[in-house]
Design a protein around this ligand. Sequence first.
Ligand SMILES: Nc1ncnc2c1ncn2[C@@H]1O[C@H](COP(=O)(O)OP(=O)(O)OP(=O)(O)O)[C@@H](O)[C@H]1O
Ligand SMILES: [Mg+2]
Length: 377
Amino acid sequence: MAGVSFKGVTKIFGKDVKAVNNLSLDVRDQEFMVFVGPSGCGKTTALRMVAGLEEATGGDINIGDVRVNDVPPKDRDIAMVFQNYALYPHMSVYENISFGLKIKELKGFLWQVFNAGEAKKIKGSIDARVKEAATMLEIGHLLERKPKELSGGQRQRVALARAIVRKPKVFLMDEPLSNLDAKLRIQTRAELIRLHRSLGITTIYVTHDQVEAMTMGQRIAVMNGGVLQQCDTPEMVYRRPANKFVAGFIGAPPMNFIAGQIKDGHVDLGHLNFVLPAGHPAATMNGKKVSFGIRPESIYVKGHAPFAAAEGNTFTARVDVVELLGHDNTAYLMTGEHKILANIDATVPLHEQQDMEFCIDLDQMHIFDGDSEVAIR
Ligand SMILES: Nc1ncnc2c1ncn2[C@@H]1O[C@H](COP(=O)(O)OP(=O)(O)OP(=O)(O)O)[C@@H](O)[C@H]1O
Ligand SMILES: [Mg+2]
């Protein structure tokens, strides 16, 4: 068992592609850590550096207390699962799962090769571990098949079995679910979490899907442009985003942003004007240019909010379009020059093309510095 730490890790491709920029982060022993961010933000590169498939340009990577920058991949005791599974097509499921194990045991095997009794024991233990992993992933009945005779979800589980059978110190997973359909993805998501709970192996899981990150990660590291933006629990990243990027990336539908300015304890958004909650640090920053953020679910139809809608947090808006989602509805609101998305409980009537009164939960507003985009709180 071991944690993984990045200390000032940078990867530059060619002359100037900074894929990972000064990354410092500790993945704790037995933790399930998710790296999330848009395409090209450096997630895969960060993972490949842990695996040793990519050499860091600068900084230190430790697995446990060992600096592994110069340790060859095969000696790092990690197992990696890729998006495309990378199974050997000519081997059966059984052979695919046991293949890595055989290489790992080869050293011990070689000097015992003349000792038939020992060889038999090792073969027996490999067999037991393959069957244990296969049972855990419910592919025990597929061991004789070839990869082409499996569904996408089954192939994916073979790839996972091949990884867990080795009992590595660290699992590295790069978008392992992205080839699965939506339903299977949700199901496998839960299986992976269960697997992590029972094995307790430190895991770094890469995805560009923020829902996957939120539902799977014990902590999530949000990256953008090679730079770590925030690393915290899903709840904290959602409720207290460190900056405007994180606020906009995490959450669906996304947070609404409106540019404005602080004026006398209010945030002045031109047509709209909201009171800052008592004691909010932005209240004293008269004249400061800010970006005001409010999540769609923090907007209510007046009279249907779980709090008293005081003057200063209400507004009138035209309901442009309503999308029915089942549990709640997404309303596209227009007020003055602003377009705002609101998630409204499905039991509350909405009238398209009519003006209605809305209110926001002031405690759920976010204020970001207009220049640095860092949260002010
Ligand atoms: N071998 C390479 N040579 C040059 N540039 C590379 C190489 N690999 C990655 N890059 C660049 O480094 C940056 C980070 O790439 P990386 O694959 O780590 O992103 P990612 O976050 O995994 O994206 P995705 O979600 O699309 O998989 C990108 O700008 C990419 O073009
Ligand atoms: Mg990638």
